[in-house]
Design a protein around this ligand. Structure first.
Ligand code: PMP
Length: 368
């Protein structure tokens, strides 16, 4: 086991560093006033501070379930398990599937790969193409593992979004081999044009769908969830109980109070989408003019821009140079199982200002 490069980097950087590294939402968009009002309401009530049930408070599970149902994905509170961030959701699932083989995308989310390693899961990587996994390779791997972890919307790190065709093909393969999908969807709401359907929607009993308020509201409350069939939720609760009894009650009550006004949350989501879209387009345009040798697609949602240099450049070595000049990004090799240095980079574009984006990219160019 090694620590996550990103967590280490977050500790190493100071206020003067321009960071394109962490997946930090833009705190200027946090709904501060509304969260304050919600907090003031719930902190008057003693039940806010009491132990609560392991699967999460009823109100919050109902609110999450209702959002799925409104999208045509019938869900009740019995299908929801509240977790301490979706990071814990992954940990619970990794414990549930301990020591199994698992098919993952490559590149994939670093935090998930570390959890899988910690729980003895053996990962098989399948290359991500522009519209989702290489489907033939996926089937080849999945027919043996019968378990897969995918991030189909605005993937971390690659920003890839699965096409309708790939979603259908993946679902068909999962059904064909009667296997299991872990669908991680923290960025699904951060679309710039349209929302894509969850793959889980066509897999009634064979999926675990993960969600989170970290990217849509605030990460520090640490509230995420798992959506699955009721029996599976009951099994996962045994693991959840043994980890922390229940996720923070205060956080759950604040979120539930905030979510009572559905329109307010919708307006907030739209504000983030508009802001991130503008940032993504600016970042992409700046990259094209400042570092034209870096090939990438303009993101269509989420928080990341991913790409690579035409020529062979060790981006892990390059970031050490950039760090000396107080700019940081995540080198692409961190998102691969074997971590062999490559020419790829993940940039987070949501947290920096327009000025910082231009300045940071110019510094990277000077380090090249
Ligand atoms: N899954 C993915 C793909 C992520 O990018 C992240 C956060 N970087 C998480 C899960 C964990 O998010 P949280 O625990 O804050 O919900």
């Amino acid at each position: 086991m090694k620590r996550s490069f990103i967590r280490e980097i977050l500790e190493a950087i100071d206020e003067k560093t321009i960071s394109f590294a962490g997946g930090l939402p833009n705190e200027k968009l946090f709904p501060m006033e509304e969260l304050k009002i919600a907090t003031l309401k719930v902190i008057e009530n003693p039940k806010t501070y009491q132990y609560t049930i392991s699967n999460g408070i009823d109100e919050l599970r109902e609110q999450i379930a209702l959002r799925y149902t409104k999208e045509g994905f019938a869900t009740t509170k019995e299908n929801i398990l509240i977790t301490t961030g979706s990071q814990q959701a992954m940990y619970i699932l990794a414990k549930f599937f301990e020591n199994k083989n698992i098919t993952i995308e490559e590149p994939s989310y670093l935090g998930a790969m570390n959890i899988f390693r910690l729980n003895g899961l053996k990962m098989e990587g399948v290359k991500l193409e522009n519209d989702g996994v290489d489907i033939n390779k996926f089937e080849e791997s999945f027919k043996n593992t019968k378990l897969t972890y995918l991030i189909p919307d605005f993937q971390n790190p690659s920003a890839t979004t699965y096409s309708d065709t790939k979603r259908e093909e993946v679902a068909n393969i999962i059904k064909k081999y009667d296997g299991i999908l872990i669908e991680d969807s923290p960025y699904s709401e951060l679309f710039f044009d349209k929302k894509m359907p969850y793959i889980s929607k066509s897999l009634t009993n064979n999926s675990f769908l993960l969600g989170s308020f970290s990217k849509t509201l605030v990460p520090s409350l640490r509230i995420g969830w798992i959506r699955a069939n009721e029996d599976k939720i009951k099994s996962l609760m045994i693991i959840k109980e043994s980890i922390d009894l229940h996720s923070c009650g205060l956080s759950q009550y604040i979120l539930s109070e905030y979510l009572k006004d559905e329109q307010k949350y919708e307006n907030h989501l739209q504000k983030i989408r508009d802001d991130y879209k503008e940032k993504a387009e600016f970042f992409s345009k700046s990259l094209k003019s400042i570092i034209p040798e870096f090939i990438h697609q303009t993101p269509k949602g989420g928080m990341f821009l991913y790409g690579g240099f035409k020529n062979k450049i060790d981006t892990f070595a390059l970031v050490q140079e950039c760090l000396k000049k107080k700019v940081v990004y995540v080198p692409g090799n961190q998102f691969y199982i074997d971590k062999v240095p490559n020419s790829e980079i993940r940039f987070n574009y949501t947290h920096s200002s327009f000025e910082q984006i231009e300045k940071g990219l110019k510094i990277i160019k000077s380090c090249l």
